[in-house]
Design a protein around this ligand. Sequence first.
Ligand code: GDP
Ligand code: MG
Length: 308
Amino acid sequence: MGFFNRLKESLHKTRQSFVEKIDDLVHHRKSIDEDLYEELEEVMVQADVGVTTAMELVDRLRRTVRERRVEDAAELKPLLKELIREMLGSLPGRLNTSLDSPTVVMVVGVNGVGKTTTIGKLAYLYKSEGKKVILGAADTFRAAAIDQLEVWADRIGIDLVKHREGADPAAVAFDSLQAARARQADLLIIDTAGRLHTKSNLMEELKKIGRVLDRDMPGAPHEVLLVLDATTGQNAISQASLFKEAVGITGIALTKLDGTAKGGVVVAVKSQLDIPIYFVGVGEQVDDLQPFVPREFADALFESTENT
Ligand SMILES: Nc1nc2c(ncn2[C@@H]2O[C@H](COP(=O)(O)OP(=O)(O)O)[C@@H](O)[C@H]2O)c(=O)[nH]1
Ligand SMILES: [Mg+2]
């Protein structure tokens, strides 16, 4: 299955909860009135676009309808697609790997969002592009977390730097940077723990990893990738604010778009956080991570089911 079709398929439930409801709304209307705008807003909020963003979209929609003298309610759907596409921006997501060598990526996020899985997929993606990738197992909280990352490393055929369970995560990060340099890796990806995100000790631990890396290689980590789980909807937005404030985030990977009806959260993330979405996760397989391409996302979301 092609890239685009895979994305489209993963957005199936979101399309049902969002785009098809919009279809229903506009097709049973003769004219565009305030009630219709309100119902559109409601549909967007239910699809996890978020209240603020939904209001903003409806405001823009009203303005556009006025400017272009749109009268037919059916025209609202393509208009809304256009506005969402605009809101998502135009730049496709990508790690900036040109900054220094090795490019150091620290991956953060709360437990269970898909950090380790995303790291496996990322490593696979960049290895397929001919880059030498090394992993650092700095989630030392549980032995199982280290093992899980090792399974990915073995499967992909790349090196992993690990210490024993309970070791200092910053020491793992330091050693993995040494290894990445010695082995002339292009990319070092560091896994981290995600427990206790409401407590300050996790953030302190992440800050310490950052300090240790930066002391050894000024500028590292070059990317701090926050992993968010799309199925948590608006909760993902508050997680992002927390991490952004504590450790600074350069990009987002939004996982589990497949099987959730809350895909509208992509629009909320983009409009409320001012952090680029680099990747979206569309399944559990190694190749189920895609660079986020705003135009494709809007196309995949709005693709009418008749054409699938
Ligand atoms: N369906 C789906 N599952 C995912 C995706 N990304 C991660 N997962 C699953 O989410 C669960 C938690 O992932 P894990 O990487 O261990 O999360 P971590 O605690 O943040 O490291 C695992 O069962 C993964 O297979 C995705 O894009 N789609
Ligand atoms: Mg993990």
